[in-house]
Design a protein. Structure first.
Length: 65
């Protein structure tokens, strides 16, 4: 499920408490897979705001379907 603007498969989500902290992930088989195994990795839903790691696209996770 690539970015609709640039076809990149790399994304990130911002931390709710600190918008300068981000967590990167890719989507494999329709499932977000985080770069690093993290106990505090955010729980993503279809309404989660995500950002492309390559271009300026941003949207909801369910927009990638």
């Amino acid at each position: 499920m690539p970015c609709p603007a640039c076809q990149s498969e790399r994304f990130y989500v911002k931390d709710d408490d600190d918008p300068y902290e981000t967590t990167e992930f890719a989507i494999h088989g329709g499932v977000p897979v985080f770069e690093e195994v993290q106990d505090d990795a955010p729980a993503l839903t279809g309404d989660s705001q995500i950002y492309c790691n390559h271009c300026s696209w941003r949207g909801r996770l369910d927009q990638l379907n």
